[in-house]
Design a protein around this ligand. Structure first.
Ligand code: SF4
Ligand code: SF4
Length: 351
């Protein structure tokens, strides 16, 4: 049973984001904690995709294999847990600049892009052209969206041929009035895309909405998982326990990410070179968690200037970020492994 679950988790890691690996890791550890904390499945704590990548570190240098890009800050929702709620909603990247950026990072060895917010990426005026150009340049593409635009109609979307995965966020997880059929419609319009659901769990979570979405996920083949995640800007209390107890029996696709386990940041922060975050104004930031890396009262809820590494046009000559300023880091595993991968080792064949 445990072995089967482990294999399923490994399959999922082939396409989902790093944060999702952490979820799986925790899921695995949670199970193994019951038997033995030293069980072999604790190997799941390693970022598996990174260990298998032949391109991430070449001759000791980390390449920006995966860029995370915010094309627009515009949004058609107003989620209470939004970690970007203090951004300037009018800002977006010029299309001419975005085209140059795609070329530039391709030349640096980038292979994939997560299109994210900031805001709601599908509101970017050149969104379809963006997907076409990036796809033609050879990028693999993932998208974080709230699905509000795409969930209104039926019919296959052009993005179906360009995206590898989509993570759709549920914008109302409290009132019980969310139209859950929207999730099914978006999944049906992207039949060739692996679709994950992100469900933020607030203190007053709606178990009705959570259950409905689990049922839809069970019936919809291209929905790969539902990530129930604690509210990072206002911890969810015992709401996660209630959701887990209700949903675990409804869908085997449900996974539960608690955010209470984090570490202090490291210097240097290697991940800042592997998967930089590029904001609408072209600024480069070291990771997708800088809005809340300050922790406690100092959560910025926008990209904080003190974490800005430079402009994307100078990425090839930037220094790695000094992550020791971060109080809250969820990427310790990545940084530890990258630290090892960039170090010269002796006796290499004695694995
Ligand atoms: S959809 Fe995303 S960017 Fe928009 S308000 Fe909600 S969390 Fe923020
Ligand atoms: S939180 Fe800080 S140390 Fe951790 S990955 Fe982000 S920038 Fe690096």
């Amino acid at each position: 049973m445990l072995y089967k679950r482990f294999c399923k988790q490994i399959e999922l890691t082939l396409f989902v984001e790093d944060t999702d690996i952490d979820i799986m890791t925790r899921e695995l550890l949670r199970e193994t904690d019951k038997s033995s904390p030293m069980s072999f499945v604790s190997a799941g704590v390693l970022p598996l995709k990174l260990l298998q990548s032949k391109d991430a570190v070449v001759d000791g240098a980390i390449r920006p294999i995966h860029i995370q890009l915010i094309p627009t800050n515009r949004c058609n929702s107003g989620c209470s847990w939004c970690s970007c709620r203090r951004v300037d909603r009018k800002k977006e990247m010029r299309w001419a600049e975005l085209q140059e950026l795609l070329q530039y990072f391709r030349e640096l060895g980038s292979k994939s892009i997560t299109i994210t917010g900031g805001g709601e990426p599908t509101l970017y005026p050149h969104f379809d052209e963006f997907l076409e150009l990036a796809g033609d340049l050879g990028y693999d593409l993932g998208l974080v969206t709230n699905g509000l635009r795409w969930g209104k109609k039926e019919g296959e979307l052009p993005a179906n041929h360009r995206l590898t995965w989509v993570r759709m966020s549920i914008v109302d997880t409290q009132t019980g009035e969310y139209d859950s059929s929207r999730v099914r419609r978006v999944a049906n319009r992207l039949p060739d895309v692996d679709m994950g659901i992100s469900f933020t769990v607030p203190k007053d979570v709606s178990l009705k909405t959570a259950s409905e979405i689990c049922r839809i996920a069970e019936e919809t083949p291209n929905i790969t998982h539902i990530r129930f995640v604690e509210n990072i800007v206002d911890f969810s209390g015992d709401a996660m326990d209630r959701v887990e107890s209700r949903c675990r029996t409804i869908s085997s696709k449900a996974i539960f990410q608690r955010r209470s386990a984090y570490s202090r940041g490291q210097s240097p922060c290697h991940i800042s070179f592997l998967k930089p975050m590029i904001d609408v104004d072209g600024s480069v930031y070291p990771c997708c968690g800088v809005q809340y890396a300050g922790g406690g009262e100092s959560q910025d809820l926008k990209m904080p200037q003190r974490f800005r590494m430079g402009h994307w046009t100078e990425f090839h000559r930037l220094n790695k970020f000094d992550g020791s300023v971060c109080n809250k880091c969820y990427y310790e595993n990545y940084n530890n492994i990258l630290s090892g991968m960039t170090r010269e080792l002796t006796h290499k064949t004695f694995l």
